[in-house]
Design a protein around this ligand. Structure first.
Ligand code: NAD
Length: 497
């Protein structure tokens, strides 16, 4: 069992003092409605804290604008590099507290959060610090002078976050936005508020100027929608569902034409090219990690597995391997040693997953594995492998966002490519194919934001992440491309005297 004394302390600091807002360099109480925080692992009340009010949001934006104009942050790249590096160290020092808060509130597996999510935040902060430490723009000579093409911060960045990777998604936005020299207003999901509030204290400790970085908790309707329409937020960066993402495009048009960057959902397919795939057990284990990790609540989760080839015996062999891999997943207490996956986020999510599976089964789909017993208290769903899902069901079209994968079969590679490229989603995909030439054939044809070959991956802090088609709109997280979301290009033309 993870030792989480410091985590419990971080939790009680926020809950006992009702600190749902971090603004002007200090934690304070929200003046909006009360928000109950429910632990998905057991359904119990973690505590109640007040959301921010609209007035508090307005005051935070005004303070961010003032600080952006008056502090040296926007112009002093060296200061930003030093602060971001210090912040990365503090995040690592606080790994246990952060992972504890995400474990309690979002059901994230503690050990995985420490090893992956928290590390990812630090890696992003360090990567972005390195990026800007090398950036001096572009210089060019003209007939009547010389030009300096430079990147400047846009101003006030609003970030609206999801709950599935609370601290990692925050890191994906904060690192490039702060590195680029902006001020920030962050609204975490109402289902995962705590680690962002804790992080805000670390940002102050690292030296982010008071007034530059604000975290306000609130629901999408109360605070998120108001941020979308706010006349003085310059960039809105969002990770979440398609319908909410679309609403920000509309809000932008109705307010100040703020720039909107959307990272939306996916329905990733994992292709097993049976002609060039040898170790089915290893491949199935990799797929189980990709499909069931974080209880499948991952926009790149392998929610479909497509086996390519005509050999019935090989298909049956793969099906058996996939079933075994699903049955080997340990579902349980997010804080217990050896747990692979915890609960799903809330009652609404569990009931939707259940309804979608029931509908598909009612229309002829078959559940293939013996499903794990899951606790009755809290919100749980067992790892599920399903076959024969009809196209005209919710599961046949939509993003399941739960611990489930569909097994499909296609005779030809071209049919498998079509199953990916003809979808409105285009976030990520994986192909298992041990022949290099054929792997390139796949890479030349599949069109998604991230294609992983021979092993599920989303890349690193240095590789851009985002969706093609309706999985995204403008901008990328990670990589040098992430800075583009938070900077404007400006040409300075200097004429000789
Ligand atoms: P969601 O869209 O319901 O909520 C995301 C955020 O938007 C939350 O902070 C929420 O409070 C806010 N919000 C909700 N309604 C709003 C409204 N009307 N106006 C303004 N803000 C509003 O999504 P979710 O359920 O938190 O996250 C799951 C979704 O996120 C999935 O679709 C998943 O694929 C997607 N996701 C995408 C990525 C990616 O990088 N592409 C990563 C993680 C999650």
């Amino acid at each position: 069992m993870a030792d989480s004394d410091t985590g419990r302390q971080a939790l009680s600091t926020i809950i006992d003092n009702n600190l749902g807002v971090f603004t002007d360099g200090r934690a304070t109480t929200g003046q909006g409605p009360a928000l109950d925080l429910i632990a998905p692992a057991n359904g119990e009340l973690i505590g109640t804290i007040n959301e921010a009010s609209e007035d508090q949001l307005d005051a935070a934006v005004a303070s961010a604008r003032r600080t952006f104009r008056e502090a040296s942050w926007a112009e002093d790249g060296d200061q930003r590099v030093q602060v971001l590096r210090r912040l990365a160290d503090l995040v690592i020092d606080n790994a246990e507290q952060i992972a504890y808060l995400d474990g309690i509130e979002a059901g994230k597996v503690f050990a995985g959060s420490v090893a992956e999510d928290v590390e990812d935040v630090a890696a992003n902060l360090r990567y972005c610090a390195d990026l800007i430490s090398r950036d001096d723009g572009r210089h060019l000579q003209g007939p009547d002078g010389w030009g300096w093409v430079r990147s400047v911060p846009i101003g006030i960045v609003g970030a609206i976050l999801p709950w599935n990777y609370p601290i990692a998604m925050l890191g994906w936005k904060v690192a490039p936005a702060l590195a680029a020299g902006n001020a920030m207003i962050i609204k975490p999901s109402e289902d995962s508020t705590l680690s962002a509030l804790h992080f805000a204290g670390l940002a102050k400790e690292a030296g982010v100027p008071d007034g530059l970085f604000h975290v306000l908790i609130g629901t999408g309707a109360n605070i998120g929608a108001v941020m979308g329409l706010h006349p003085d937020i310059d960039v809105l960066t969002f990770t979440g569902s398609g319908p909410v993402g679309r609403s920000f495009l509309e809000s932008s048009a109705r307010s100040n034409l703020k720039k909107v960057s959307l990272e939306l959902g996916g329905r990733a397919a994992y292709i097993v090219d049976a002609e060039f795939a040898s170790d089915f057990d290893a491949i199935a284990a990799d797929i189980a990690g990709a499909a069931f990790g974080t209880s499948g609540q991952n926009c790149t989760a392998a929610s479909r597995v497509i086996v390519v080839g005509d050999d019935d015996a090989r298909f049956d062999e793969f099906r058996t391997a996939l079933i075994s891999a699903a049955e080997a997943v340990t579902v349980g207490d997010p804080f217990a040693d050896g747990t692979d996956i915890g609960p799903v986020i809330n009652v609404k999510a569990r009931d939707r997953i259940t309804a979608w599976v029931d509908e598909a089964v009612g229309k002829g789909a078959r559940i293939l594995n013996t499903r794990a017993e899951v606790p009755t208290a809290g919100t749980w769903y067992p790892p599920t492998v399903i076959e024969g899902v009809p196209d005209d069901s919710e599961l046949g079209r939509g993003e399941i966002f739960g611990p489930l994968t569909q097994l499909l079969r296609r005779s030809t590679r071209a049919e498998a490519v079509a199953a990916i490229n003809d979808e409105p989603f285009g976030l990520a995909s994986s192909v298992w194919c041990e022949d290099l030439g054929t792997a390139k054939w796949w890479a030349d044809r599949i069109r998604v934001g991230t294609l992983a070959i021979n092993g599920y991956s989303e890349g690193t802090a240095a590789t851009p992440f985002g969706g093609h088609r309706q999985s995204g709109f403008w901008g990328r997280d990670n990589g040098p491309e992430a800075l583009d979301t938070y900077q404007e290009t400006m040409t300075v033309w200097i004429a000789p005297n």
